[in-house]
Design a protein around this ligand. Structure first.
Ligand code: CAA
Length: 304
């Protein structure tokens, strides 16, 4: 028998956190969204409002559904208050192991005993995260994809000790959210990023070696493989710092040279060229413009 979930707390209100809150609220769940400052939470509510407006304009939801969904989201800066009645927590904080371990220690302390603790980690070991709690059977991965309201997949990750009943509950819940769950085991990068990130890294290596330019690499993958975005644009979209950190997890976890992050990727991260979030990566982003402009740093057709 699977557990009943009504109250969901989302930790973190960034791109993933606000997308996850959006989807739960629109599907009828009571959402408590928690972050360390109210400004971030207010910004997240404004983003959810804007993304729900797109759905109203398209006729996917009515204005009334939008208003009801928004009214189900409460914001908190205090963890104990945010998780007091939680049946499920989805942690979507920054991808940093010490931060996540610390959060899970606190969540374990403050959440009701029956509460399932899920993490949206894109690469950190579930088993390691579960090990800092007294409820490893109730710790699981729910890896949503960006943009959360649009992308259908939830990669459900079992830690070494995750209870089968918890996996079943999260599987059914993912379907209730209109998503398609796929269950995988706890290995570095799981499946999504074990396959995606080496492809992105290979694109950066090809650019670094001067095999082709940014636009050529992306066009080849978009038109040749029917990918919605080329690998370099996708790297900018994910964030080059996140790509770099996932490559490091793969490199350390498997110990194989094929997972070593490209030097160009490392340099861009050190120099603060992080993609969309910093305004420049392989492309340059101007607020309000949808044009895709290759960064001047890579402007020559074949960059060397
Ligand atoms: N909220 C709600 N709807 C959104 C949205 C958002 N944040 N962003 C886009 N949309 C909707 C648009 O309204 C539009 O809807 P319709 O087609 O019904 O009109 C649709 O999505 C397409 O949007 P756009 O027309 O603006 O742009 P697009 O056609 O270029 O698509 C995209 C944008 C969906 C992002 C597409 O480019 C895409 O699928 N890119 C690849 C995304 C991807 O690979 N994500 C996974 C990243 S990896 C990850 O997340 C995990 C990790 O651990 C690294």
């Amino acid at each position: 028998m699977s557990l009943k979930l009504n109250n969901v707390t989302v930790i973190g209100s960034g791109t993933m956190g606000n997308g996850i809150s959006h989807v739960f609220a629109q599907c009828g769940f009571n959402v408590s969204m928690m972050d360390i400052n109210q400004t971030a939470l207010d910004k997240a509510i404004a983003t959810i409002n804007k993304n729900m407006d797109r759905l109203v304009v398209k006729g996917t939801i009515t204005e009334e559904v939008k208003m009801q969904s928004l009214s189900r989201i409460k914001t908190y800066t205090d963890m104990a208050a945010a998780v007091k009645d939680a049946d499920l927590v989805v942690e979507a904080a920054t991808e940093n192991i010490d931060l996540k371990l610390n959060l899970f220690r606190q969540l374990d302390q403050h959440c009701p005993e029956h509460c399932i603790l899920a993490t949206n980690t894109s690469s950190i070991s579930l088993t390691r995260i579960a090990s800092v709690t007294k409820r490893p059977g109730k710790v699981i991965g729910m890896h949503f994809m960006n943009p959360v309201p649009v992308m259908k997949l939830i990669e459900v990750i079992n830690g070494y000790g995750t209870d089968a009943e918890v996996t079943q509950t999260i599987y059914k819940l993912s379907e209730q959210l209109g998503k398609v769950p796929c269950v995988v085991n706890d290995y570095p990068g799981f499946i999504a990023n074990r396959i995606l990130l080496p492809m992105i890294n290979e694109a950066v290596l090809a650019l670094q070696e001067g095999v082709a330019g940014v636009a050529e690499i992306d066009t080849i993958m978009k038109l040749g493989m029917a990918h919605p975005m080329g690998p370099l644009q996708l790297a900018d979209f994910i964030g080059l710092d996140t790509c770099y950190s996932i490559m490091n997890v793969l490199h350390m976890g498997f110990g194989a040279q094929k997972y070593a992050p490209a030097t160009l990727l490392a340099n861009m991260v050190q120099a603060g060229y992080l993609g969309v979030k910093s305004g420049e990566g392989f492309y340059k982003y101007t607020a309000g413009s949808k044009d895709l402009v290759v960064s001047e740093r890579f402007a020559s057709r074949v960059w060397k």
